[in-house]
Design a protein around this ligand. Structure first.
Ligand code: GAP
Length: 515
């Protein structure tokens, strides 16, 4: 655990040193839980956006993208349920004065029990080797069974308390489980209270209830209110989807763990409109599509797991998270929700406008059901960065820090390195850059020895280095060096476009999604 906290600290300082992420308003000592993406960070972020946007829209004939405004009519949030129900149950520790989400305290307690199960399994795996049958072990080992049943019973009590909005019951569970404040170790807790997460502000110059407006807490509602606009103007037929990337704002009480939980963040959301009754088929379909999208990046299949929601959001009839193994442990990266017709029906009621779809094949009108996929862009950024960040000891015992960022997402795709700053080599580097710059973000690096330049490019995750030397002038050949294998090969300059496309082009990455 301590080691993992250290890893997060290292990532934070690496991010600042190389221009990925800076604390916001740094010269004023920063603003809690707000960050700015630097010159490399914004490139990586844009590439993650593109990977998502292309996979959703370009790769699906029946999904289109929009870009709705952050401010929306205040009735939107009454209709969506956010005014009344977008709350966190909060509890304060009387000694440390620290505030926590009551459900998160209980979930962290559950995770501790889960870790005991995993420890037991790992021990048994070592003992039994090849012949170990995990499923059988989970079914029969008394310690595992006892802990699994403990988890089941806590989850059941928490679910009941959350669903019934039973705040006293939630507090009692914390007391009964003897959960202590992680900071002070004290078990002196206040009552649990509900706290609305939306930021409100005034629109125009006259203050008052009528001018109160919210910063959107999710991008999804911009899609719902445009459902018929898009369907009619785009002549879309159900099933179809609308995708969007944009900022969302939540007054998180406990905003921490770097860019994992912020008050201003970006979401990539897609609402898929389906025939009522077919929602579970599409829910399963999107679960598997999203899993494929993640695993296709090659960060490691064991880095992901599904977690079914204990408490459904107020709009959902089925929901799960894709969790990622962050330096702080497995945490939510993406949500997949079956939202029924809740949102469209609510907007019909509050706006007085019909939001039904006429199905020409069935010759009838209905309000479609919705499957939503919703991923935090900043969390995805942290997932990519933390899984890519490696300390390596090389064959000659020297060390390197390398970001093994999936090549198509790397901020700089190739560095062009003239061996010396003279003899016409920088000019050849310029010529190569001028050929490739229309497709790829490149960096020409002239300073220091080649070895130092390789290390610098490794540290920012550049997948390919192209070295121009004196032979290049005679035979138009260059040396390319791959970040991950550190293998080098001599190739012709004319081969570069094909090599780059094959190694880090969008087609290479996206084509696996269609197989
Ligand atoms: N429209 C559904 C929705 O907003 P959510 O589970 O509340 O669902 C979706 O949020 C995703 O947005 C989360 O899985 C997470 O990746 C991201 N997210 C939510 N709150 C966040 C925060 N405070 N900071 C960064 N990302 C956040």
């Amino acid at each position: 655990m301590e080691q993992n906290q250290d890893k997060l600290k290292e990532i934070i300082s690496h991010s600042k040193e190389y221009g990925f992420i800076f604390p916001s308003s740094d010269i004023y000592d920063g603003l809690a839980a707000t960050y700015d993406y630097g010159q490399l960070g914004s490139e990586l972020k844009n590439n993650i956006k593109q990977y998502w946007w292309k996979a959703m829209t370009q790769m699906h004939q029946n999904i289109v993208g929009i870009d709705a405004s952050i401010f929306m009519h205040p009735k939107t949030w009454k209709a969506s349920g956010h005014v009344d129900a977008f709350n966190d149950p909060l509890i304060d520790n009387k000694d440390s004065k620290k505030r926590y989400r009551a459900d998160v305290l209980i979930e962290e307690y559950i995770e501790k029990i889960n870790k005991k199960i995993i420890k037991e399994i790992t021990k048994a795996k070592k003992r039994f080797g090849e012949t170990f049958d995990e499923e059988q072990f989970r079914k029969t080992n008394p310690n595992v069974l006892r802990n699994a049943s403990k988890i089941e019973s806590i989850e059941k009590s928490m679910k009941e308390a959350l669903n019934a909005n039973d705040l006293k019951g939630l507090r009692q569970l914390i007391v009964d489980l003897e959960i202590a404040c992680p900071l002070s170790g004290s078990r002196e807790w206040t009552e649990v209270r509900q706290f609305n997460l939306m930021f409100a502000t005034e629109i125009g110059s006259v203050a008052g209830e009528s001018s109160k407006i919210y910063l959107r807490p999710e991008t999804a509602q911009g899609i719902f209110v445009n459902f018929l606009n898009v369907q009619k103007s785009g002549r879309m037929k159900i099933p179809f989807g609308i995708a969007q990337i944009g900022k969302a704002f939540r007054n998180e009480i406990i905003a921490r763990q770097f860019i994992f939980r912020m008050r201003e963040f970006e979401q990539m959301e897609m609402q898929f409109f389906v025939l009522p009754g077919e929602e579970m088929k599409w829910y399963d379909y999107w679960k598997s599509m999203r899993e494929k999208w993640h695993k296709n990046l090659g960060l490691g299949d064991t880095m992901y797991r599904f977690h079914d929601h204990i408490k459904m959001a107020h709009y959902a009839n089925a929901a799960c998270d894709i969790e990622f193994d962050f330096p702080m442990g497995f945490k939510e990266l993406e949500g997949i929700h079956s939202r029924t017709d809740f949102d469209l029906k609510q907007h019909e009621e509050h706006s007085g406008k019909k939001l039904a779809y006429f199905d020409p094949e069935l010759n009838k009108s209905y309000v479609p059901y919705v499957i939503e996929t919703s991923i935090g862009l900043d969390r995805m950024f942290l997932a990519v960065l933390s899984a890519s960040f490696k300390h390596e000891i090389l064959d000659d015992q020297s060390k390197r820090v390398v970001l093994r960022i999936p090549p198509a997402l790397a901020p700089i795709k190739a560095a062009i390195l003239p061996l010396v700053k003279k003899d016409g080599l920088p000019e050849i580097a310029d010529e190569i850059a001028n050929q490739l710059k229309f497709e790829y973000n490149l960096q020409i690096d002239l300073k220091d020895s080649i070895g130092k330049r390789y290390r610098r490019q490794d540290a920012i995750g550049t997948p390919i280095c192209i070295t121009v030397d004196h032979d290049t002038k005679n035979d138009q050949s260059v040396t390319i060096r791959y970040r991950d294998t550190m293998k080098q090969e001599r190739i012709q300059i004319s081969e570069l476009p094909n090599i780059l496309e094959g190694h880090l082009g969008w087609k290479t990455l996206l084509s696996n999604l269609t197989e």
